[in-house]
Design a protein around this ligand. Sequence first.
Ligand code: CA
Length: 232
Amino acid sequence: MSDAAEARVLIVEDEEALAAGVARGLTDDGFEVVVVHDGLSGLERARQDDIDVVVLDIMLPGMNGYKVCSTLRDEGIGTPILMLTAKDGEYDEAEALDTGADDFLSKPFSYVVLVARIRALLRRSADGRGQPLVIGDLKLDPLSRTCWRGETRVELTTREYELLEALMRRPGQVLDKQDLLDKVWGEDFEGDPNVVEVYIGYLRKKLDRPFGRNDIRTVRGVGYRIGAEDRG
Ligand code: CA
């Protein structure tokens, strides 16, 4: 059961009895489970990077599952998504995969199959997490925690590395200062929030300036971004 350890599953399902039943099973099987009952809450929650896999119903109040899924993908969020489709309807599997879902399961489904699918998605994404992050000629290798600008290896401190990784995992998106503080310094951090600016400065001094680049951008009044601006 090692692949279940600490994995956090978000269930977005408006049929509360079904959601509760699945949540109970997953909890017994060693997963951490978060349940929400409408599309907007699902979107909101899935944006947090503590979620390892999303089980997403299609017919939901607020925002349907297709829209939740495509919005997440448009935002560059690659968390694996297992979509629950209904066999009988106008909603089908092809459309689920089209919107960026990784897998689908049609209702009614067996719990055992659901867990097997979740585990498969977690294994796949565990493999993916070790992949190098690349933006132009800037490369970060999560396995060795090394950073390269072109052929040049750049030494980073732990904080610098973690800040850069947080930005590079969301290319083209603006991360606000609080978000970065929570991710890199931890939610309990009580020091000066300007520490983020200071470390952004360190990263620029190591990664941008010596190479004549300007990849790490300040978005005034909002936060920081790495890479070209996201569309939209
Ligand atoms: Ca539903």
